[in-house]
Ligand binder design. Structure first.
Ligand SMILES: C[S@@+](CC[C@H](N)C(=O)[O-])C[C@H]1O[C@@H](n2cnc3c(N)ncnc32)[C@H](O)[C@@H]1O
Length: 279
């Protein structure tokens, strides 16, 4: 078990540092997803629980499917996918602690949690019917995004489905200067290299890797709006999150900065979910 939790390669460890997946104890520099998770937030993707559930219904993973999840994080989607009893489930997660926690919670036959890099999983070609990942491509540079999407394509059998749920910019013809401003402000607030792109850029990314995009859904980017927090976390979870944030001054400042950045650019951001099929 311990062996599996080591990084599979030096490159994975380097990616973990560059993309900010390594947790920092200093709250002012901590990647936003780990900060929010430590405050009790379980749903860390831009379209919330609802867009995730829509994506899972459309992906329709079932008992005949071998499933690979990229970047399960705190395991919100993993739990829902495992309820569908896929033939096998493999998770590729860069963060050692997250992987160890998932292993404790989801250990079972035909389930494997690997500490590794979704861009280079070291799994064999054509081992999956369904691959998916949420809120993880956005934090990689363009070439990193392409490597991860190509890896999904390599892992899938012909006819297999790849599902993504990411942060999008709109409209499709948004000017480069506004894009750069949004990315800079998001990176400053989230402390990760957040690089969202337009819907048509997300679709091109998948098509360039050889996929056919067969399904699309969007939702507002309301990650920290009270209404969305309540929908995503439930009453008890939302209250716990609120109390934790209010009683940790460092976290309170960070959440305030995140909300400011999200609100400032709200009209140019949304959440996008796509399913792409390998011909
Ligand atoms: C914003 S969280 C999203 C987690 C989860 N998918 C969700 O939506 O709640 C980002 C997660 O992606 C993981 N991650 C980022 N890049 C990765 C990569 N190249 N390979 C594997 N995991 C990655 C991080 O460790 C972290 O758990």
């Amino acid at each position: 078990m311990l062996e599996r939790r080591r990084y599979r390669s030096e490159a994975s460890h380097k990616t973990a540092i560059e993309t900010g997946v390594v947790r920092m104890t200093d709250v002012t520099e901590q990647p936003a997803h780990w900060l929010l998770a430590e405050m009790g937030k379980r749903v860390l993707r831009p379209g919330g629980k609802e867009l995730t559930l829509e994506l899972l219904d459309a992906l329709d993973a079932g008992p005949a499917d071998d499933v690979v999840e990229f970047a399960p994080g705190v395991g919100f989607t993993a739990e829902r996918v495992l309820e569908r009893t896929p033939q096998s489930y493999t998770a590729i997660e860069l963060d050692r602690d997250a992987a160890a926690d998932l292993e404790r919670r989801f250990d079972g036959p035909n389930r494997e949690i690997v500490v590794g890099n979704a861009a280079n999983t070291e799994l064999d070609d054509g081992v999956a019917d369904v691959v998916y990942g949420e809120a993880m491509l956005t934090m990689h540079p363009d070439d990193g995004k392409a490597s991860i999407v190509e890896e999904a394509h390599r892992l899938l059998r012909s006819g297999g489905r790849y599902g993504v749920h990411e942060l999008a910019l709109e409209p499709n013809d948004l000017d480069d200067e506004t894009k750069a401003t949004i990315r800079r402000d998001l990176a400053a607030a989230t402390k990760v290299n957040a690089r969202p792109q337009t819907s048509s850029e997300w679709i091109s990314l998948l098509e360039d890797a050889g996929f056919d995009v067969v399904w699309k859904a969007t939702a507002p980017m309301h990650l920290l709006r009270p209404r969305r927090v309540l929908d995503d976390e439930g009453l008890v979870g939302a209250v716990r999150f609120g109390v934790n944030v209010l009683t940790h001054p460092g976290a309170r400042r960070r959440v305030r900065d995140l909300r400011r950045a999200f609100t400032a650019h709200e009209r140019h951001m949304n959440a996008i979910a796509l399913i792409a099929e390998k011909p």
